[in-house]
Design a protein around this ligand. Structure first.
Ligand code: 0O2
Length: 252
């Protein structure tokens, strides 16, 4: 396919071309939108359940060098068109969770979200990559409103546990040390470490579930008022949700 779009030139980017600045503003704004969403969710969990499944979040926009390298690696022309259409992780947010089941709770939250469109789901937890890498990835379109209209901006959301993050960070560091690829014995060891991480996550999740069960039981016994309050707030949320659904149907 012939690509007639504007070529990305590293020197131009370093000198700060208007196109590049505008595109990066789009990606940075989309990240701000998602970050706010995740922070609200985190506050809600903390307030309602006194339990927060989110340990921390990190956002980043890929460096121009890294964008260009990825396009070259994928064998595509280094153009703005290709970057916007085919590089899914120019803007990325990483959500680090405490326990394995928290990952799927957060995925469900994004699935329910009406202002985001999920365009791809990759479950590298059920099916880890050959390297041993494990995480849940969502590629989403985030609507961002500027003075002259709304643009849907692509963002990659990586959701993983603390243990998966530990493995991925160190593996990334090790990989970068070898220009000509990681030696076989080291990649074998890394796969074996990934398996250990998976076992550890499963064990810790069981402990987490057990602790939550015990805490809920003790709350039901000793603080029934608090449990009633939570139930009341959940009911209120449902009513608010039904009301907003009704309003939307009226508008339609
Ligand atoms: P970096 O340095 O994190 O920016 P696609 O994005 O779908 O067009 P891609 O890149 O093959 O194609 O998608 P994939 O495999 O889902 O990976 C996207 C990102 O996941 C990577 O971005 C990494 O951040 C992470 N990742 C994937 N595989 C591995 C792995 O084996 N080890 C580690 N540590 N991270 C991994 P980048 O751009 O490759 O890297």
């Amino acid at each position: 396919m012939k690509d007639n779009s504007i070529v990305i030139n590293l020197d131009d980017i370093k000198n700060g071309t208007a196109e590049f600045k505008k595109i990066m503003l789009m990606y940075n704004s989309a990240l701000k939108e998602i970050e706010t969403k995740v922070n609200i969710l985190s506050d809600e969990f903390q307030t309602l359940y006194k339990y927060n499944p989110i340990e921390h979040i990190k956002t980043r926009v890929k460096t121009p060098e890294s964008i260009i390298k990825k396009m070259e690696r994928k064998g595509m022309g280094v153009t703005y068109n290709n970057m916007v259409n085919y590089i899914n992780d120019v803007a990325g947010i990483r959500i680090i969770c405490s326990f394995l089941p928290d990952i799927y709770r957060i995925v469900e939250m994004f699935e329910r979200s009406e202002d985001l469109k999920i365009i791809e789901k990759k479950d590298y937890i059920k099916t880890p990559k050959a390297s041993g890498y494990s995480s849940f990835h969502l590629i989403v379109l985030v609507p961002v409103t500027f003075s002259n209209g709304t643009v849907d901006v692509k963002v990659e959301i990586q959701i993983r546990t603390i243990a998966m993050d530990f493995w991925a960070s160190l593996e990334h560091k090790i990989k970068y040390k070898y220009e000509n690829g990681v030696p076989k014995n080291i990649s074998k060891e890394l796969i074996s470490c990934a398996r250990m991480i998976n076992k550890l996550d499963t064990k810790m999740s069981k402990l987490g579930e057990e602790t939550m069960k015990q805490l809920t039981e003790s709350m039901e016994k000793n603080e029934p008022e608090q449990i009633n309050q939570i139930k009341l707030i959940e009911k209120l949320e449902k009513v608010l949700l039904m009301n907003s659904e009704g309003k939307k149907n009226e508008i339609r």
